[in-house]
Design a protein. Structure first.
Ligand code: NAD
Length: 277
């Protein structure tokens, strides 16, 4: 067991990657603090942890709210005494209520792909950024980038005392190459990559190791606002010919959490099926 008795806090662990990371880390012997904004997701993940005989602690909190994050860390510290691994994973692509944004992005993506195939060139801008609502921009940055900062800040207070810890931040290929029609998501994920590298350099003298994982497209509930046609077009852009699985992303995260990966510092590992190299 490569993570025996380590305490891991995984944000957004009520679904998708976070849940699978929780189960894989538990399989390596870790105790799992399961954060999510959705209490039902937390209950489901805790039930799965229980079914494999693992220890789990549910921590409902919105990572974009600094007071909720601080309370979550207080509870974690008073319950289990510390934290060895933080996975900043919580996130979303678009809320279901943002249909004005998602419909436009889906339509523009399909139109652009058709024009590329028939005319050899996309004919005009997707006109997403020029009409993006302030609210949509700010919520995206709040959850992904600010949430990663708030959780990292609290974890480091404990890890710097311990002189040991691992932090793994969930980025995306959108933060590496930019995804058209997703300016706020791409900006947030690129920000996470810059944050990862800066903090990695800052804290490595205290034996705290920070890295990022930047996945390509994986079919989780996060992609629910994409139409089946858009998902199929994305699949066709992947050299490997398919979307990824949550297990393929989780195994990269778990590896970075183990001692075997200690020489990885400030790196961005990108399981993406060959879409970005
Ligand atoms: N699915 C993909 O294709 C893909 C690709 C690259 C990166 N990612 C990133 O991976 C991470 C996990 O995504 P997923 O695909 O597993 O999605 P998912 O929707 O299955 O899971 C995300 C979880 O985060 C939780 N969450 C959302 N906002 C939160 C908040 N403010 N506070 C706490 N929890 C919150 C949700 O309730 C949900 O349970 C995200 O950061 C996402 O941006 C996903």
């Amino acid at each position: 067991m490569k993570l025996k008795d380590r305490i891991a806090l995984i944000t957004g662990a009520g679904s998708g990657f976070g849940r699978v990371i929780a189960l894989q880390m538990a399989g390596e012997g870790a105790k799992i603090a399961v954060n999510d904004i959705n209490p039902r997701g937390i209950e489901e993940t805790l039930a799965e942890l229980k079914s494999i005989g693992a220890q789990g602690l549910g921590l409902t909190a919105d990572v974009s709210k600094v007071d909720q994050v601080q309370e979550m860390f207080r509870t974690l510290k008073s319950t289990w005494g510390g934290i060895d691994i933080l996975v900043n994973n919580a996130g979303f692509g678009a809320f279901p209520s943002w249909s004005d944004y998602s419909d436009k992005a889906n339509t523009a993506f399909i139109k652009g792909t058709e024009e590329l195939a028939t005319l050899g060139k996309v004919q005009e801008s997707m006109k997403i950024t020029s009409h993006l609502k302030d609210e949509y921009w700010h919520v995206m940055i709040d959850v992904h980038l600010n949430g990663t900062f708030y959780c990292t800040r609290e974890a480091l207070k404990i890890m710097e005392e311990q002189r040991k810890g691992k932090i793994i931040n969930m980025a995306s290929i959108c933060g590496m190459r930019g995804c058209p029609g997703a300016p706020s998501y791409s900006a947030a994920k690129a920000g996470i990559i810059g944050f990862t590298k800066s903090v990695a350099l800052e804290v490595i003298p205290s034996n705290i190791i920070v890295n990022a994982v930047a996945p390509g497209y994986v079919d989780t509930p996060l992609l629910d606002t994409l139409t089946p046609e858009v998902k199929e077009l994305i699949r066709m852009q992947k050299p490997i010919g398919r979307l990824g699985t949550p297990e393929e992303i989780a195994s990269a995260v778990v590896y970075l959490a183990t001692d075997e990966a200690d020489f990885f510092v400030g790196q961005v590992i990108s399981p993406n099926g060959g879409m970005v190299m």
